[in-house]
Ligand binder design. Structure first.
Ligand code: ADP
Ligand code: MG
Length: 231
């Protein structure tokens, strides 16, 4: 049976991005399309400057495309009011960046709870936050400050924070970029072995071929276009 379009829960359709420069527009993405269903995990590789972060930020509605459409569960976050888009992002999308971006004065547990502070149910999240920290192997680090954690541990806190509101889409920008091989392997194991994986769509952009090789679906950004890796 043919798969119906409705099954696709995240898509980029004909997405292009031009940045204006003094020498004319710089085309970073040209007609990029990609679609994911729940449970999909996609890696996008490409050298530095190839547009990986741009692609991810457009997917996460942190940056708007010059042309093309983004759709998550039937909604285009670029076509709704900014305040609704912020709420949509907070509820539906989790981000993990290369730099963990933890607040230094807050404990691991408090950092994980940050995305829930705007929710009217924020108290209900404490148990979940603890469970997530346990899931990423940090049950005995909940009260540590970021300065008391290793790089790999900080990134695992960032992962727990990205998951606390049960996002539909998890976007990771060089999630292992600052980690040694062992910590990078552990973060990759966690990403791909998450309890929530079957309900989640995961996109990681990375220049690491080791990380990308772990993903069931792989693409390469080359000359502003997205091609299946190895093609
Ligand atoms: P990657 O994440 O693969 O290293 P980026 O998406 O960050 O690549 O950047 C892709 C290209 O777009 C780079 O050449 C970069 O210089 C350029 N670029 C990124 N942001 C801007 C901007 N705001 N204005 C102009 N050029 C930009
Ligand atoms: Mg980047």
């Amino acid at each position: 049976m043919m798969q119906s379009v409705d099954e696709t829960t995240f898509s980029l359709t004909g997405v292009s991005k031009d940045y204006p420069t003094p020498r004319g527009p710089l085309t970073v993405l040209a007609d990029v399309s990609l679609s994911l269903r729940a449970g999909d995990a996609v890696a996008v590789t490409g050298p530095s400057g190839s547009g990986k972060s741009t692609l991810l930020y457009i997917a996460g509605a942190l940056e708007s495309p010059t042309r093309g459409d983004v759709s998550l569960d039937g909604i285009n976050p670029h076509r709704i009011a900014e305040k609704d888009a912020a709420a949509f992002r907070n509820e539906k999308i989790g981000f993990v960046f290369q730099d963990h971006c933890l607040l230094p004065q807050c404990t691991a547990l408090e950092n994980v709870l940050i995305p829930t502070l705007v929710s009217s149910h924020s108290r209900d999240y404490r148990k979940r936050a603890r469970e997530l920290l346990e899931q990423v192997g940090l049950a005995d680090r909940v009260d540590h400050l970021p300065g008391e954690l290793s790089g790999g541990e900080k990134q695992r806190v960032a992962l727990a924070r990205a998951l606390v509101r049960r996002p539909r889409l998890l976007l990771c920008d060089e999630p292992t970029g600052n980690l040694d091989e062992a910590s990078a392997g552990m973060v990759a194991d966690l990403l791909l072995g998450l309890d929530a994986r079957k309900d989640l769509m995961l996109i990681a952009v990375t220049h690491s071929s080791t990380l990308a090789a772990r993903f069931p679906r792989r693409y390469e950004l080359r000359h502003a276009t997205l091609q299946p890796a190895g093609a």
